[in-house]
Design a protein around this ligand. Structure first.
Ligand SMILES: C[S@@+](CC[C@H](N)C(=O)[O-])C[C@H]1O[C@@H](n2cnc3c(N)ncnc32)[C@H](O)[C@@H]1O
Length: 221
């Protein structure tokens, strides 16, 4: 039997998410290339796009590209003169992502930078790059604390910061977990809680990708 969460995701997609040949082809290309199926769902991609539009973001930073499925959802929410930078460690993922971005006609707006995101972030900080309006953190979870610290340095007042996979089937409440991803997410929460520049919350999500959640914050000072 199809789990009820998946049935509801199907219903939401059927009613609210327009059929999209490009995004279907992006997922097909990711599968053909053997990329892990750990991209956001369509409903989550649309959520990210709506948040980009609600924020009126002109500059997006994504940490963790994979095949650029979420990148494309977000970049499509940018205005004509908007841009996005997405960071990816695996050159094979980055190659597939660039092809998918070209397929979506977004190559003029979206840059994929290959390499360890911590190094790419440091480079951007050193270069004094213009701050971002919207930052999506979705790479290796043990490094989430470093990503949040860099995200703050690359932010301005009003920047929105989203972190994916922060509930981890509920494991986030297990302080004795030996999983470094859980530890990374718990430290990420601690940093958000302890930084007066951030106003943050998190929402639990269920769906075809299981039980997880998003953290979201705004830079308020
Ligand atoms: C969950 S996937 C990203 C999914 C994508 N945001 C989407 O929803 O379509 C995580 C990606 O982060 C990449 N990654 C892992 N460690 C990284 C690192 N240290 N620096 C940059 N990217 C990394 C992985 O190779 C993988 O492609």
């Amino acid at each position: 039997m199809i789990p009820i969460w998946t049935q509801v995701d199907d219903y939401i997609e059927d009613r609210l998410i327009e059929a999209d040949g490009v995004l279907s082809e992006v997922l097909a290309a990711n599968r053909r290339e053997g990329l892990p199926e750990i991209d956001v769902t369509a409903a989550q991609g649309k959520l990210l796009q709506l948040l980009v539009r609600m924020k009126g973001a002109k500059r997006i930073l994504e940490i963790g590209t994979l095949g650029a499925y979420s990148t494309i959802w977000m970049a499509r929410g940018l205005p004509q003169d908007g841009t996005a930078v997405s960071l990816e460690l695996d050159p094979r993922h980055a190659d597939v992502a660039r092809r998918n971005i070209a397929l979506a006609g977004l190559e003029a707006k979206v840059e994929v930078r290959t390499g360890d995101a911590r190094a790419s972030l440091e480079e951007m900080e050193k270069a004094g790059i213009e701050p971002f309006d919207f930052i999506f953190i979705d790479a290796d979870k043990p490094n989430n604390p470093d990503y949040l610290k860099s995200a703050l340095r690359l932010s301005r007042r009003g920047t929105v910061i989203i972190g994916d996979n922060v509930v981890r089937s509920g494991d986030v409440v297990n302080r004795h977990s030996t999983d470094p991803r859980v530890h990374g997410v718990r430290t990420f929460f601690d940093l958000m809680a302890g930084d007066a520049r951030l106003s943050a919350t998190a929402i639990q999500t269920v769906g075809r990708k299981g039980y997880d959640g998003f953290a979201m914050a705004i830079v308020q000072g």
